[in-house]
Design a protein around this ligand. Structure first.
Ligand SMILES: [Zn+2]
Length: 234
């Protein structure tokens, strides 16, 4: 896979690294023009969006970034995501951000969960050329015993498994999947994003009531614990 641009990022003590890669061609010789990315407004997908924008700028191409969000069981996602997309655009003076796409699956349709919507849109968007490469900021869980209790993400984000970071056709990229949120925190610190970008990100999955309408983290859900473990703040 020939890449248009590729940069390696390390954690602060240089024991781990990730590669942010923009391929020139994917699949059956399809030229890459647009990069899609799911944005939840969380710390992980936000860090990836930031690094991806930097990579596009570094590549000196006219490649566009297409941010996307789903509004379903986590209603704050598109709102938080909009704020971080705007902030990244401002910090980097980034010129190639396409308008934020937000999908609204029917809340009454039990089948059309957030996860199902991701699967359906990924297939459709790849076929219709909404993007040519899709990036996902998923990380692994903290090491065993680091967290006070388990999450339903235990299996999918198992830190003891080596995950595939790029599919063989080059279309799907999950560069953070073999690192955890502490690595992501190191990116914020090294890129000087702790005072401008980080406060706009939202990891909490507490209810409307527990968070004063998604304004103050509940400090009690698993995701708040994970964020505190990684960043030393909520
Ligand atoms: Zn919380």
């Amino acid at each position: 896979m020939k890449s248009l641009s590729e940069t390696q990022y390390y954690n602060i003590d240089k024991t781990e690294s990730v590669n942010i890669i923009i391929p020139e061609f994917v699949g059956n010789n399809k030229q890459v023009k647009t990069l899609g990315i799911w944005c939840s407004g969380g710390a992980d997908s936000t860090a990836l969006l930031y690094l991806l924008c930097k990579e596009v700028m570094r590549s000196t191409t006219d490649i566009k970034i297409q941010p996307m969000s789903v509004r379903r069981q986590r209603p704050w996602n598109p709102v938080k995501a909009t704020h971080v997309i705007n902030k990244i655009t401002e910090i980097l003076n980034f010129k190639n951000m396409l308008p934020h796409l937000i999908y609204y699956p029917d809340l009454k349709d039990e089948h059309q969960t957030e996860w199902q919507e991701f699967q359906d849109r990924n297939k459709q968007n790849e076929e219709t050329g909404v993007w040519d490469v899709l990036y996902d900021g998923i990380t692994s869980n903290p090491p065993e015993g680091a967290m006070p209790y388990d999450t339903d993400q235990k299996d999918r984000r198992d830190p003891n498994v080596t995950h595939e970071l790029i599919t063989t056709d080059g279309v799907y990229h999950r560069p953070f999947f073999n690192t955890d949120k502490k690595f992501v925190a190191n990116i914020y610190k090294q890129e000087n994003l702790m005072s401008n970008l980080f406060p706009l990100t939202w990891s909490c999955e507490g209810t409307f009531e527990q968070t004063n309408g998604y304004l103050t983290p509940c400090e009690d859900c698993w995701w708040c614990h994970e964020r505190y473990w990684a960043f030393d703040r909520y």
